[in-house]
Design a protein around this ligand. Structure first.
Ligand code: IPM
Ligand code: MN
Length: 345
């Protein structure tokens, strides 16, 4: 396509600063004949305080017309916990059916890891994004009493599990090592666990070149620390994926470099790309935030829209920049400028 119509949601805190760098790099990497149009949206804490709104039906209608969404970070200590999480981020993921939550982990040269030695880390987690315990399917009775009973039901549909498992197999098939690990807890969560395992085994028949593996989620956390090289592609449910991708980020350079895509592969709705980190209000406005995670999210965005060559250029620029950066401390803007210069040349 010869134009990109992008919704930009800087959001709160450092979201503003890092998104500016992401846009700088995006503008620099696109060829002359690809027209970039952007429209900025003011979602987040300020809008919530001013209007009480997080994300309205009208907002969703406007967002729908874009090719993709670039999000900085949403969240502020002045807003009660859960309001923006459910009212904005999860609402958007569910409304646009972002069922593939893609979170690559690659330990890049020059990047520190708390693990011993310099392990090879290059895997991608395909986290289911629209089901599991995130659906809000639960309730409480006898609230506030000593006999309160609260449930939070994990929803797993054959349709939802199969489409994300299939997506993960296709991604594994396209990678050199062609290995896919299912992470679940089917020794305890027998209903959902068996749906996942049976679906995984069935879809595997269609991908004979892909080596398959299964790990319980607790064991997976051990291997993410002791032997991360064993992973190539991981597929897992929404909550397990939330937890293991924070661990994955921690061992592969930290949240300063962790990128993510909330993807609807059908392109019926725009996919959304965001750094895994939050709004970091403690360092907001000081030029201290590392925009690398946002820039790598821009690479995922470019790849999703079919601009593979440009995505690869952005990733190569980040790799070169990190190698050269070493221990030097640079501002958010300086890093963005350096990356933009690299992708343009
Ligand atoms: C993430 C976040 C969200 C999640 C929260 C903020 C709702 O932790 O993107 O990983 O749990 O998905
Ligand atoms: Mn998370």
């Amino acid at each position: 396509s010869h134009s990109i119509n992008l919704a930009v949601i800087p959001g709160d805190g450092i979201g503003q600063e890092v998104v500016a760098q992401g846009l700088k790099v995006l503008a620099a990497v696109l060829p002359q004949d690809v027209k970039l149009e952007t429209e900025e949206y003011d979602f987040g804490a300020r809008r919530y305080h001013a209007t009480g709104e997080t994300l309205t039906d009208a907002d969703l209608e406007s967002l729908k017309k874009h090719d993709a969404i670039l999000l900085g970070a949403i969240g502020d200590p002045s807003v009660p916990s859960g309001v923006l999480e459910r009212g904005f981020l999860l609402k958007l993921r569910f409304a646009f059916d972002h069922h593939v939550n893609l979170r690559p982990s690659k330990l890049l040269p020059g990047v520190a890891t708390p693990l011993a030695g310099q392990p090879e880390i290059d895997f991608v987690v395909v986290r289911e994004g629209t089901e599991g315990p995130y659906t809000g399917n639960g309730g409480t009775i006898r609230k506030g009493t000593a006999h309160e009973v609260a449930t939070e039901v994990s929803v797993n549909t054959a349709f939802g599990v199969e489409r994300v498992v299939r997506d993960a197999f296709a991604r594994a098939q396209a990678r050199p090592r062609k290995k896919l690990t299912l992470v679940h807890k089917n020794n305890v969560l027998t209903f959902a666990g068996h749906l996942w395992t049976d679906t995984f085994d069935r879809v595997a028949q269609e991908f004979p070149e892909v080596t398959t593996d299964y790990l319980h989620v607790d064991a997976a956390t051990i291997f993410l620390v002791t032997d991360p090289a064993r992973f190539d592609v991981i597929v897992t449910d929404n909550l397990f994926g939330d937890i293991i991708t924070d661990l994955a980020a921690a061992v592969s350079g930290g949240i300063g470099v962790a990128a993510s895509g909330n993807i609807n592969p059908s392109r019926d709705f725009p996919s959304m790309f965001e750094p895994v980190h939050g709004s970091a209000p403690d360092i907001a406005g000081q030029g201290k935030a590392d925009p690398t995670a946002t820039v790598l999210s821009v690479a995922l965005l470019l790849r999703h829209l079919g601009h593979e060559a440009e995505a690869a250029r952005v990733e190569a620029a980040v790799e070169a920049d990190l190698t050269e950066r070493g221990a030097a401390v640079r501002t958010t803007d300086e890093i963005g400028d350096a990356l933009a210069a690299r992708v343009a040349s």
